[in-house]
Write a protein that binds this ligand. Structure first.
Ligand code: DGP
Length: 115
């Protein structure tokens, strides 16, 4: 746990947030500033600042985050129409919170390429 990290505080329960999913190593909750009808963030409890910094030992964790995102997509009824999963990494990608998080976005038609 990093003492000044907002997502560590959410994951530990220090900042009260409604979880859509929680396990030993992952939590999921709705984004504060949703960009689509479904906009969920999935984070590991372990503090990893950027997706570029994951280690071999994190492979299973990242795979699990994707599994959970698929599970939540089904719960949100967006499985059939489709959805997007995004990790923003670094300043050009617009990463604001330096604790990795997987955005799950859906419920509307999206454009490509992204802005
Ligand atoms: P990114 O740009 O990829 O770092 O996205 C960070 C996202 O985190 C952004 O969409 C807003 C969201 N966010 C930031 N602080 C909080 C918070 O305290 N609670 C929740 N639920 N979401 C937050």
């Amino acid at each position: 746990m990093e003492k000044d990290c907002i997502f560590c505080k959410i994951a530990s329960g220090e900042i009260g947030t409604e979880f859509l999913y929680e396990s030993d190593d992952i939590v999921a909750f709705r984004d504060l500033n949703p960009q689509a009808p479904t906009h969920i963030l999935l984070i590991p409890k372990k503090h990893i600042p950027k997706i570029s910094e994951i280690k071999k030992e994190d492979e299973a964790l990242i795979g699990k985050m994707i599994d959970v995102a698929n599970l939540l997509a089904a719960k949100e009824n967006i499985l059939e129409n489709g959805y997007r999963m995004v990790f923003n990494c670094g300043k050009d990608a617009g990463q604001e919170v330096f604790h990795i998080h997987l955005h799950l976005l859906g419920g509307r038609k999206m454009i490509w390429p992204p802005g």
